[in-house]
Unconditional design. Structure first.
Lengths: 223, 299
């Protein structure tokens, strides 16, 4: 689905990631952990072609990212849902229009029933007409998740999705991501919240990757 | 393809239009710039057309007339006049020729010497006005014949002062056209700046759209359509204001002189209406280019 082959990424003269080789199998659940600035966000951006590797090869859905045209990158992003810690919205549009934005830009039909079900699933149906600036942190994260899954993507990448949330809300979001994984989605969550990882491992077979010294390694029982 | 483009521009995509936040200072800046520039362009167009008409008029009117001036002692003047008229009547390419009367000569001199000039008592050269036929006459041959048969007669075919006048009018026309080009270029620059400002102000919108899989063409279209329609609206208002301004200029009968021609005639009134279309095309091209450059700066 997404694979890295001896990938390195440099920024500002320094190497941020080095010798990364791994494969995200379909339906897998990965946590990516490491200290702040270790390169977790960079790794995720390489996964959806927001960044291009300095060396090595990143393959997304059997296509090497460097061979993708700009339109093909856009097409690829429709198959990858992304949730950021500070998720951004179009503040002048109501929540429902923001959630359906991926369908809008792809010129696909918005089915009101499906949208209603999705908003109910993330617990935001009553806020369909609310503008993003009026939403709380937890509501914004769940709205971002709804937006990320509305195109039925094969992969969901979450970058510190619980960074601004309390524990109860973090668990609620984690539950949604676990449910998505059970539906067959590949999930990658970048986080440094070890409690969240422990909680997730009780519910799903998750692999934990750790970035240390610019390289990614499988984390052991020390978590 | 052009039809498709126009249809897409006019009908638009309601959803795509909504993704860019409305208004902002760039909205009125674009409309105002397009309006002001089109207003100026209407006058430049009027100037250019007037200069063109003037050049044609001068060129045609002066090219078809010439003057023979006879300077001779008073006792020979009538004789030489008759000889010159005989020569002219037998010259191929001369349609007609006639000697100006004393009254006509007095009127010619009136601006300098007043109405009471005793023309008949003064040694003023006799003037013969000739009109050439459409195939023209041999000026050099006529000069030689006049020199042989009426030594006091000199042919003046107006070339000396007609050329600079026609050339000046031609340059004025060129100046008008260059003004239109400069106005178009300035408008393109201003709209590019406004579009860049709008794109920069909407960086978050662009980031979100790219994140959810919007193509560059989709994002660009949302901006381009908005700017094109704003420019079209502003330019329409500017063109109408300019046309009203031109229509209010003094009429030919009232003022006389160069200003009389500064306006549009007949179907020429339709020409200013092309300016908003050109302004919209300029805005379309400028915004599209600005959007594409900006989007390509992003990964």
């Amino acid at each position: 689905m997404i694979s890295f082959e001896n990938v390195a990424y440099s920024y500002g003269g320094g190497e941020l990631l080095s010798e990364i080789s791994l494969r995200l199998a379909p339906g897998s659940f990965h946590f990516l952990t490491g200290p702040s600035g270790a390169g977790k966000s960079t790794f995720l951006k390489l996964c959806y072609a927001e960044l291009l590797p300095t060396s090595g090869h990143v393959t997304i859905f059997d296509r090497e990212v460097r061979s993708l045209s700009r339109d093909e990158v856009a097409q690829t992003r429709r198959r990858v849902g992304v949730v950021h810690q500070n998720c951004q919205f179009l503040d002048h549009l109501p929540l429902a229009a923001n959630v359906t934005l991926p369908l809008t830009v792809a010129a696909r039909e918005v089915r009101n029933d499906d949208l209603g079900d999705l908003l109910t699933w993330v617990g935001l149906r009553h806020l369909a007409d609310a503008l993003p600036p009026s939403l709380s942190g937890g509501e914004r994260q769940r709205a971002a998740l709804a937006r990320a899954v509305i195109m039925d993507p094969e992969v969901i990448l979450a970058d510190e999705p619980t960074g601004n949330l309390d524990w109860e809300m973090s668990l609620r979001l984690l539950t949604l991501l676990v449910e998505l994984n059970r539906m067959g989605k590949t999930i990658v969550i970048a986080t440094h919240d070890l409690n969240l990882i422990r909680q997730a491992k009780a519910q799903v077979a998750a692999r934990v990757l750790r970035i240390r010294n610019r390289r990614i390694q499988l984390a052991g029982a020390d978590l | 393809m052009m039809k498709q483009l126009l249809s897409r521009l006019l009908q638009g995509d309601r959803q795509a239009d909504r993704v860019v936040p409305p208004s902002g200072h760039t909205a009125w800046l674009t409309s105002f710039t397009a309006g002001a520039m089109t207003f100026l362009a209407v006058f430049a167009l009027a100037l250019s057309l007037a200069a063109g008409r003037m050049a044609d008029r001068w060129s045609e009117a002066l090219a078809r007339t010439a003057t023979v001036r006879i300077s001779a002692p008073p006792e020979q003047l009538d004789l030489q006049t008759r000889v010159v008229l005989d020569v002219l009547s037998t010259t191929p390419g001369v349609e007609s020729a006639r000697a100006l009367t004393d009254e006509e000569q007095r009127k010619l001199l009136e601006p300098w010497f007043g109405p009471d000039l005793p023309v008949e008592a003064l040694p003023i050269p006799r003037l013969i006005e000739l009109t050439e036929a459409s195939d023209g006459y041999d000026a050099e041959g006529l000069r030689q014949r006049l020199a042989a048969e009426a030594p006091g007669a000199v042919l003046d075919d107006h070339t000396r002062w007609r050329r600079p006048l026609v050339s000046a009018a031609g340059r004025l026309r060129l100046l008008g056209l260059m003004s239109i080009l400069l106005i178009g270029g300035t408008m393109a620059a201003m709209i590019t700046l406004a579009a860049n400002a709008a794109l920069a102000a909407n960086a978050q919108v662009i980031e979100v759209l790219r994140l959810v899989g919007a193509r560059d063409s989709y994002i660009a279209r949302a901006f381009v359509r908005r700017f094109t329609l704003r420019a079209l609206g502003g330019a329409l208002a500017g063109a109408l204001a300019g046309m009203i301004g031109v229509a209010l200029l003094p009429s030919a009968e009232a003022a006389g002189g160069f200003l009389t021609g500064l306006g549009f005639t007949g179907a020429g009134w339709l020409l200013p209406l092309l300016l908003p279309v050109i302004a919209a095309a300029v805005a379309y091209a400028a915004t599209r280019r600005a959007a594409n450059v900006k989007l390509r700066e992003l990964t």
